[in-house]
Design a protein around this ligand. Sequence first.
Ligand code: GDG
Length: 738
Amino acid sequence: MKSFESSFKRLLIVSYRLPFTFQQTDEGVELVQNSGGLVSAVLSMAERMGQRQDDVTSKIHWVGHCDPAFQHMDSSAFENDTFIAHPVFMDKAVHKGFYEGFSNDLIWPLFHYFTSYASFNESDFDNYQQANTRFLEELTALIEPGDLVWIHDFQLMLLPDMVRQAIPDATIGYFFHIPFPNYEIIKLLPRTWRQVLIKGILGADVVGFHTTDYVQHFMQSVSEVLTLPIIGQRIVFPERSVVVRDFPISIDFNKFNRSAQEPAVVEARQQDQALLRGTKIIFSVDRLDYTKGITSRLQGYERFLIQHPEWHDKVTFVMTVVPSRDQIGQYQEIKREIEETVGRINGLFGSIGWRPIVYSYSSLAFTELMALYTACDVALITPIRDGMNLVCKEFVASRYDQRGVLILSELAGAAQELRDAVIINPTDTQEVADAIRQGLDMTPQEQERRMIHMRKHLQNHDIFRWSYNFLAAFDDMMGHQPDLETDLAIQPFMTAFRDARQRLLLFDFDGTLAPLVNDPADARPSDTLKKALQNLAENSDLVVISGRNRSFLEKTFAGIPLHLVAEHGAFMKRPDQDWERLDLSASDWVDPVRSTMNQFVDRYPGSFVEQKETAIAWHYRTVDADNIEGQAIELATQLRMASSPIPLTVIQGSKVVEVKPAQHSKGTVALKIVEQTTYDFIVSIGDDTTDEDMFRQLPNWAYTIKVGSGISFARYRLARQRDVETLLQRMSDVLIEV
Ligand code: GDG
C-alpha cells in the first residue's frame, strides 16, 4: 500500500519556538526538550518516515528562533538524540517588533476578536517581514528535493509564499494554531498588509485550521482579498492549487490516560484531596492572558456562591494561572484585576477553615497537573476565545475513572468536538454559575455517560490522527491514492469483514450504489445490488448516507433493514423507526440564497433550483455552455461571500452547487453513528465531495474508499461505480459462506 510515508524524504518543521529550551547548569548550557503536543506529533510522524527509510535514528530538523545570547555556541550544541535545531538569530530590535509588536500586540488580539487591544504599527510590520525573511534564509540553506516543510502559526504567515518564490517546487504545509477571524476583522488590517498575509499563507500546498469555521473565514478572506476561485476545499491558482481544510489538533490520549494511574500522580492526588478536606474541587489552569476569560470565570463562581450558600465550605476552586508576559502593562493590569477579585471573593465568603479559591500564580509540574486533572470534580474552562484549547482535552483523557464534569466555553475550538461538555457562554455570569451548580450536582451516571462519549472521541481523534491526516492530505494532492483492488489485498479485507463482531457499512447513494444518470429521479440500484444490500443489512449496521430527500430514500430501499440518512445528515431513520431530525437550524437563510441561484437559472436555461427541506441546490447537468463550470465557481464564490444569519456550507458537487446549514454534514452523522457502538470493522464508500466529510471523521483504521478519480481523504479507491457493486456482492457472498 502506498501512502505518505513513501512520499517524503525528510520532515522539516518550522515554528517560532524550537522543540527545546536552553538551561544554564553548573556544567554549562543544557538542552531541555519540550513535551508539548506538537513535539509528540512530530516525533511519531518522523518515526513512521524513519522506519520507511530503514533508518530509525534519522533526526528531525527544526527551524526556530533562538536568543542571540546562544549565538556563540557550537552547532553540535543544537542537537539532541532526536532533533537537529537550526536556530534563527535576529537583531533584538527586529525581534521585538516582529514578536512582541506585530505578532503579540496586533495579530494575537485581533485574531481573538480583542480589537481594542490591537496596536497597528508600520515599523512592526517591517520587522515582521524581516524576521520571516530570516527564517527563509535559514530554511533555504537546508531544503533538499523530497523534503516536506511544515510551517506553524501566526508568527510565520509570510514564510510559505517566501519559500514558494525561492523554491517553486517545494512541498509546503502550513498550520494555523489560533482562530482565523471573519472578514470584518481582517478588514481592519491595512489593505496591503492583509493582501501580503493571505498571499503569504497561500504559498503552502496544504493549509490547516482547527475548525470548519476558521476554514470558512479564511476562504471568505481569500475571495475578498485576492478574488481567487475556490473549488470545494481548494483555492485555485493558474499553475497550482492549495488545499484548505480543518484538522482539529488533539493530545496524546494514551499518555494522559496512562499517567493518571501512575503511583506518583495517585499520591499527589490523594495529598491534594486531603489538603482540601474532602470538599468538592473545581479546577482551572491557564496562561495569564485576556483571551482566557479568567475574571468572568471568577464572577461566575462568585454568583454561584451568592446563590448557593448551601455549598459554602463544601467546594474549593483551585485556580492556577501560569505566568506569561507579565512585564507588559496590559498583562500586569489583568493580573492585578484577577488577584483583586480572588481577594474579594475569599474575603467575602471565606472563613477560618475554608478558602473558596486556592489561587496560585505559577506553573505546575506535570505530576501536579495530572493530580489536579484527576482530583477535581469540575474542570472550568472558559476562554473568551481559544483556537482549540488543549487543557480540556487533557482533562478528559486523564479521567480513566470516567468521572468529572467539563464546563467548556462555546468560544473554544474544542467545543465543536466535545459536545458532551456542559457548554456555556463565558461572559454570561448566570450561565457559568448555573453550570457550576449543574456540574457539582451531576449524578455519577450522567458524568459517566458524558465522559465515555468524549473519551471515545478523543481516543479516535488523538494527536497522531491529527498529524496523520495532515500529511495524508499531501498524498491525496499528489495522487498517491492506493487502488482497492490492486493495493489492498482483497482477501485480508474480506477476512477482516467476515471475522468482525460488529460491522458498520456507510454508503453514499448517487455514483456509489447507483450510477449517475441525467434525471435524478431515474437513479436506482440494480436488483442484484439490492439483494446484496438486504443480506449485508441483516448482518451489519448498514447506513445509506445521501444528499437525497427522505421519501426518495425510503421508497428506493423499501423492505431492506438499513439506516437511512437524508439530505447530507439532516435526517436519520433507523430500521423500523420514524425519521429523526438531526438539524434544528432556522430556515430564513434560504430566501437570499434562492434569489442568487435564480439569477443563474435566468442566465442558464435548463438549470434549475431544487428546494430540499434543509438545503437548496442549483443543478446544471443539462446546461451546454462552454463556461458553465466557471459559472458554478462564480456562484459558489458569491454564496460563500454573502452574509447569512447562520453559518452555511457551500458544496460544489458534480454538476450541482448546494447550500446547507454548516452544523450538519455526512461527517457529523458518521461520527454520531460510530460513537454509539464499538465497531471492529468499518467501511465507507462514496464518490462525491460531500463524502469527504465522512471519510475524515472515521477512525484511521476504517476502510474509506473513494469511487472514481479526484483528490480524496479516503485511503483507497475504486475506479467505477460498478466496482462497488462487485465488491458488495463479494462481501455478501462471504457472509453467506460463513
Ligand atoms: C495555541 C492556541 C491551541 C499549561 N499550564 C501548564 C501546562 N500547560 C500546558 C497544557 C497544554 C498547554 O500547556 C496549553 O495548551 P493550549 O491549547 O491551551 O494553548 P497553547 O498551546 O498555548 O496555544 C490554542 C494550541 O495552540 C494548539 O494548537 O489549542 O488555542 O492558542 O498542553 O497542559 N503544563 C504544565 N504545567 C502547567 O502549569 N506541565
